[in-house]
Design a protein around this ligand. Structure first.
Ligand code: TXA
Ligand code: MG
Length: 323
């Protein structure tokens, strides 16, 4: 499965969405940009294509996929919305929010994509290319992040290429992704629960619901989102969090204008945001982790990052990178 010819095209090329959709309709695997991270798409109704997708990523098939749809009508065909889900969809779609909902009886997404669960994860992406691609196929597109299972999510076509070239049919290059973190996942199966912090901050969701969000049980052995195992998003280099001083041989992932003692002898320094902006930090996080990982430093030391807004999701990913 590692000798497939991977075609690369630009999202801006004429007819790129139609070419991508044709490849998906033929059972192909197409990596494409979304506003969060690059997704690896397959026709959600094609079990063979989904089986190839799990294989290409090296992803265990008990870990279900997100179905991306073009609009609310298509979403309602595959999932059941209660009042909370309706409110969140109204407020945040299209955008970086995924809802886990009961599967509708009319759902035509292959069971393999939902790992046999009676729930389904659904999202309407905001990225104009992703929206065009899904609309052009006219069916839901399942798309996990376009990385090898367990690796850091890709925020550029180059990241996708380094993980999946030769294993998938097409990479569509739409430049760097805007949000840089995966979607926030909220389950609306009774009281709304946060399964994964992500591109929409918790506070925005709580404001829309006019209620506080329950957290998924912090039992890492039996996560509610099966993909949220403690060790995930992992660089090969060891990651050390909340670094306030640098040790010999370390690379530094900095945040803000403060200079930590020892930084002058760092193997390399990359700053998530010199001005301390959490959106900018989110956009740069995975790219900087990949770049520092390539240096063979003894460790990647990460400066403390505030926990508010997108900081919750950034710290979540860093904790997993360090696990
Ligand atoms: O931003 C994103 O969400 C990106 C882009 C491509 O849309 N996709 C993404 O997919 O991050 P993935 O497969 O890397 O992460 C999806 C997560 C996994 O942790 C999976 O276990 C969880 O969603 N999930 C999917 N279906 C679920 C379900 N029915 N119940 C609970 N968790 C589910
Ligand atoms: Mg992923």
């Amino acid at each position: 499965m590692s000798d497939i010819r991977t075609t690369e095209i630009k999202a801006g090329d004429a007819g790129a969405a139609e070419r991508g959709a044709r490849c998906l309709a033929d059972g192909g695997l197409v990596a494409f940009p979304t506003e969060t991270v690059y997704g690896l798409g397959a026709d959600a109704t094609n079990a063979d294509a989904i089986a190839r997708l799990y294989l290409a990523k090296g992803r265990p098939a008990f870990n279900p996929l997100i179905a991306h749809v073009a609009d609310r009508v298509a979403a309602a065909r595959i999932a059941e919305f209660d009042a909370d889900a309706g409110r969140l969809a109204e407020k945040f779609w299209p955008g970086p929010l995924t809802l886990v909902l009961p599967k509708a009886t009319t759902c035509d997404v292959a069971d393999l994509a939902t790992a046999g669960l009676d729930t389904i994860a659904v999202r309407i992406p905001a990225h104009p290319f992703a929206a065009r691609l899904v609309a052009a196929l006219g069916k839901p597109v399942v798309a996990p992040s376009a990385n090898r299972s367990g690796h850091v999510s890709p925020t550029s076509a180059a990241h996708v290429r380094s993980d999946l070239a030769g294993r998938i049919d097409m990479i569509i290059d739409g430049g760097s992704t805007e949000v840089g973190l995966e979607s926030t996942i909220v389950a609306c199966l009774g009281r709304p629960r946060l399964l994964r912090p992500g591109g929409v901050p918790r506070a925005a969701i709580e404001a829309a619901l006019d209620a506080t969000l329950d957290d998924a049980a912090a039992d890492a052995a039996k996560p509610l989102a099966p993909g949220m195992l403690a060790s995930h998003y992992a660089p090969r280099t060891k990651v050390r969090l909340n670094a306030t001083a640098l040790e010999a041989g370390e690379a530094l992932l900095a945040f803000g204008a403060k200079v930590v003692p020892g930084a002058e002898r760092a193997v390399a320094v990359l700053n998530l945001s010199e001005r301390g902006d959490l959106s900018e930090a989110a956009t740069r996080l995975f790219g900087h982790l990949r770049a520092l990982d390539a240096l063979m430093a003894t460790e990647i030391a990460v400066m403390p990052i505030p926990h508010d807004g997108l900081g919750e999701a950034i710290n979540d990913r860093l904790r997993r990178a360090a696990a």
